[in-house]
Write a protein that binds this ligand. Structure first.
Ligand SMILES: Nc1ncnc2c1ncn2[C@@H]1O[C@H](COP(=O)(O)OP(=O)(O)OP(=O)(O)O)[C@@H](O)[C@H]1O
Ligand SMILES: [Mg+2]
Length: 305
């Protein structure tokens, strides 16, 4: 559906996107995961045709995505990172403006506005000025405003920043339902939990480069270790820890020891060794590998730096 080929975008001396190539198929829920300044919003604005790349091409169903190509842009909806609503106006009035921009009128527009407000539980506040809404309510309205014209591809740029947990869940449920109904979604976030929960495929970006691309399982399989096992450093575990260190590195952080299971290593030999040294199973906690761990492995940084 969407193709980015070697896309580069510079702002003066800064290269915000550096040769990014990416293909997104119809029906995907694609996640763009990266920290502040990674290039997520730049990617979104290029796809939305708000900016032109310095080099490379973007196409939607074979049609070039450029600021001039209005027909391709009408197939897209953008939920910008910063809320873009008229805050003196009501939800109703805002949606009417958005709908009219896309040529919707009369009964059809009214029906779509009703449906949109119901979908994000704002029907009872529809006549109140947007400035009286909570951050989460504004986010929900911003989201449906981008969908009024029924685009086939929705771009969501960090739509849950500054949102209370209840609104966040409402946004997730809403997007998941729309995706099941056929909407293709590109979702940017710096929360690995969101990418993990929502996205069928994830691209990891940092400093304008796409560092990895795949399903969650494919991405985690790139780590050279599987589970991590943590246990307390105590006199009771000391002999075990020494023996374990012969099988692989045991790292120490304060009073916790961490052992990373090499790919393919046998859990049974780990527990046999523990049993031999009299360390019970309850001494251990397992941690599954995460996208945070992968990001650290790929870039040497954490997502929240
Ligand atoms: N209009 C602009 N002029 C100059 N530099 C810009 C402009 N927009 C973005 N940048 C720079 O380009 C880089 C990528 O920015 P971008 O906004 O795409 O990142 P992001 O991943 O969306 O970050 P965030 O999570 O903070 O929203 C950053 O270094 C940013 O400072
Ligand atoms: Mg951004």
């Amino acid at each position: 559906m969407l193709q980015l080929h070697s896309v580069t975008k510079r702002y003066g001396p800064l290269t915000a996107l550096d040769g990014v190539s990416l293909e997104i198929a119809r029906g995907e829920f694609f996640g763009l995961l990266g920290p502040n300044g990674a290039g997520k919003s730049t990617t979104m604005s290029l796809i939305a045709g708000l900016r032109t790349p310095d080099s490379g091409t973007l196409t939607l169903d074979g049609e070039p995505l450029t600021p001039a190509n209005v027909s391709a842009r009408a197939a897209l909806g953008l939920v910008p990172q910063n809320i873009a609503l008229y805050d003196d106006l009501s939800a109703d009035q805002n949606l009417r403006i958005f709908g009219q921009l896309y040529g919707l009128r009369g009964a059809e527009l009214r029906a779509r506005i009703d449906e949109a407000l119901e979908a994000v539980q704002l029907a009872d506040r529809r006549r109140d000025p947007v400035k009286t809404y909570s951050g989460g309510m504004q986010r929900r309205l911003n989201l449906v405003a981008a969908l009024l014209h029924r685009p086939k591809l929705l771009l969501c740029d960090e739509p849950t920043v500054g949102v209370d947990p209840q609104s966040r869940n409402a946004i997730f449920d809403f997007l998941e339902a729309r995706n099941r109904a056929g909407l293709t979604i590109i979702y940017s976030t710096h929360y690995m939990e969101e990418a993990t929960r929502l996205c069928s495929r994830i691209g990891i970006v940092d400093h304008g480069k796409l560092h990895a691309l795949g399903t969650l399982d494919e991405l985690l399989a790139r780590l050279p270790f599987e589970d991590e096992i943590h246990f307390a450093a105590t006199p009771a575990t000391a002999a075990f820890a020494t023996a374990l260190a012969e099988q692989g590195p045991v790292a120490r952080e304060n009073d916790t020891l961490r052992f990373r299971f090499p790919n393919g290593a046998k859990l049974s030999s780990f527990y046999a060794l523990a049993e031999h040294h009299g360390v019970p199973a309850r001494a251990f906690t397992h941690e599954r590998p995460t996208l945070e761990g992968l990001f650290l492995h790929l870039t040497g940084r954490t997502l929240r730096e």
